[in-house]
Structure formats: C-alpha cells, structure tokens
Design a protein around this ligand. Structure first.
Ligand code: SF4
Ligand code: SF4
Length: 233
C-alpha cells in the first residue's frame, strides 16, 4: 500500500540545508547587491560539472552554470545553517529557492531547477576585468569530458591520466597566478572559478597524489567508480 505523507509544514529538521546550499536565481540579485550574501559565500558549479539534479534524481552534468551558497569546508552543508538551533542565520533574507522549498509538496521548487539562474557574469555586471579573468580560466582550464571519463579511463588509461594531470596542475597554476597578478581576492576563488578540478575527480574513482608542488591523478582500484557526489541544486 502506498504511504501518503501527512506533513503540511516545515518541521525544521534541517535536512535540506545540510544537503547543500541553495542555487541563486535572478530574484536573488538584490541580496548580493545589498551585501546580505557576499561573494565569499558563493561557489560556482560550472556548466557540465556533475551535480545532483532534483528533477531526474540523478547525478548528471549540469545544463547551465549554477551559482549557489557554499558549504562548510569540503562539505556541502549550507554555510548559513546553524546546527545547534537547526536554523538559518539569514532566514528573513534567504534566497528564493529556500523560501519556495516545501519538501512535502516539492512541485513549486522543482520548477526552479536550472531555471532563471544567476550566473557569474549576471552577478558581476560591468566588472569587465573580472569577467575577462573568468573567461580566461574557462578557456585555459576547460572541464574534462566527465560524461566519457569512465570509458576513456578504461580504453586509454595512461593517455587519459596524463591529460588529467595536465588539467589539474594547470587549474591550480591559473588560480595562483590570478591571485598574484590580478588582485583577485583569494576568498572569491570558489565563486570566480568554481571548485578546483582535483576536488571533482574523487567520485570517478580517482585519487590525487601530491609530490612537492605537483599533483598526479591515480586510479583507486579499490573504490567503485561513478557514484558521484550528491548535493542539492
Ligand atoms: S523543508 Fe523539509 S527538509 Fe527542509 S527543514 Fe523543512 S521539513 Fe526539513
Ligand atoms: S540559506 Fe538558510 S534556508 Fe537556505 S539552504 Fe542555507 S541555511 Fe538553509
């Protein structure tokens, strides 16, 4: 027999906020302009990066760039979530995706998924020097072909690992260079360039080994590949 949910209001369990910070939409631009949400509290999921899609309920490549509230440390729990009180430190000014979410009746919030999203360029507006820096990073450090990564590792292991080594180290070098020469503030890095590539490889059964300043990508043959990180859009 199908069990029907009897929930009609938020129970403040915090599960949604612990699963990941919300994606930002055009309706949220004033929160950024007024400094309620500073850039240092944002992280960009670049187009094509793997993310959990609440509509398909699958981890899949994103069709659009997503700028969302960052997590705490390496985790995805929203930076504004207060675990002791199970509350939100910006509750009165929380983004659209948060005020719309009703986990017991999700149809309205599902309509927001990958719709009317704020992008880095939408947020930066006329800051052309920073937009140029982002476009240089996107050109210099494109995302790997995540969709075919498993296949390429199976069929062309050594060549694929070599290419990943180059991309991972190029990405880090670009970020260091940007901080040194452009006046980019380090705390804006996750917003401007998204997560470093080396952080995205773990779900594909890959480990990173560091030797001095150089990173190498290795296959972890003890770990199942392709589970993907799960976090909320
Ligand atoms: S919306 Fe749902 S998951 Fe989120 S805090 Fe409320 S009851 Fe929990
Ligand atoms: S902003 Fe507040 S309501 Fe929204 S995900 Fe973060 S803690 Fe939860």
């Amino acid at each position: 027999m199908v069990q029907r949910s009897t929930q009609t209001a938020c129970r403040q369990c915090g599960i949604c906020c612990r699963s990941g910070g919300a994606a930002l939409h055009h309706a949220d631009i004033a929160l950024l302009e007024q400094g309620v949400i500073p850039r240092r509290d944002l992280v960009t999921i670049r187009k094509g990066e793997f993310a959990h899609n609440p509509v398909s309920r699958k981890v899949q490549p994103t069709m659009e760039e997503i700028v969302k509230l960052r997590g705490k440390g390496r985790g995805w729990e929203c930076c504004y979530y207060e675990p002791v009180s199970k509350g939100c430190s910006i509750y009165g000014t929380r983004p659209l995706a948060c005020s719309t979410l009703k986990c017991w009746a999700p149809s309205e919030s599902l309509k927001l998924v990958e719709t009317d999203l704020l992008s880095r360029i939408g947020i930066l507006g006329t800051d052309s020097a920073t937009i140029l820096l982002i476009s240089e990073h996107d050109g210099y450090c494109p995302l790997p072909d995540f969709k075919n990564l498993g296949y390429n590792l199976d069929c062309r292991e050594s060549e694929t690992l070599k290419r990943l080594d180059k991309s991972v180290n190029g990405d880090i070098a670009f970020r260091n260079h940007a901080v040194t020469i452009s006046g980019m503030v380090l705390e804006d890095e996750m917003f401007l360039f998204g997560r470093p590539l080396f952080q995205m490889l773990h779900p594909f059964g890959l480990d990173i080994v560091q030797d001095g300043m150089v990173l190498s990508v290795r296959i972890n043959r003890n770990r199942k590949r392709g589970a993907g990180e799960k976090y909320r859009d």
